[in-house]
Design a protein around this ligand. Structure first.
Ligand code: ZN
Ligand code: ZN
Length: 176
């Protein structure tokens, strides 16, 4: 058999690392959303993480999701509006696990690829982690506006990967 080197099927870096993040996400056991995140420093993979309960604790498949409702007051045209949001709080989010399992020195100036747009808490932590760029795929509209504002203010590049389709075996319907 002859080896084939074909530039047409060679993955660009965004696709390469986002595909890895999606494969990592398949380890998640929260049925609402499987999230994967990877830490990349100068094109080198330095860490992987997914959303899950702490090691040894019951996970969402064993004990069900732990749903909490958050109430947020938003000012719309000068009027306060109450917005309700449901989240599964059983899991440590992928981005938070990534921070728990990587070193600060490895994160300075690094890029994080994450399957889903970070929630407010994760974005806040990433903004204080040394990471310089965050690339995501699936949108998370609940927190998007304030997360974009934070990243702009912190000078962290924040973007959604374009023209991208996840590996078929990692596809799932997410609960918004
Ligand atoms: Zn869950
Ligand atoms: Zn999060």
């Amino acid at each position: 058999m002859t080896a084939v080197t074909n530039d047409a099927i060679r993955k660009d870096w965004d696709t390469y690392f986002m595909d890895i993040a999606y494969m990592v996400s398949t380890r998640s056991r929260c049925p609402r959303r499987h999230v994967g995140a990877v830490l990349v420093q100068g094109k080198k993979l330095l860490g992987t993480a997914y959303n899950g309960a702490p090691m040894g604790a019951h996970d969402c498949l064993e004990a069900g999701c732990m749903i909490a409702e958050e109430v947020e007051v938003k000012s719309v045209d000068g009027k306060d509006q109450v917005v309700r949001k449901q989240r599964c709080i059983r899991t440590i989010h992928a981005e938070q696990n990534l921070l728990l399992f990587t070193d600060r020195a490895d994160r300075e100036g690094s890029v994080v690829y994450v399957t889903d747009q970070p929630c407010w808490t994760c974005a806040n932590m990433l903004a204080n982690s040394g990471v310089q760029e965050i690339v995501y795929h699936r949108a998370y509209p609940k927190d998007s506006e304030k997360v974009y504002a934070l990243m702009a203010q912190q000078g962290i590049a924040f973007r959604q990967v374009e023209h991208y389709a996840p590996p078929a075996q990692a596809l799932m319907d997410v609960t918004q």
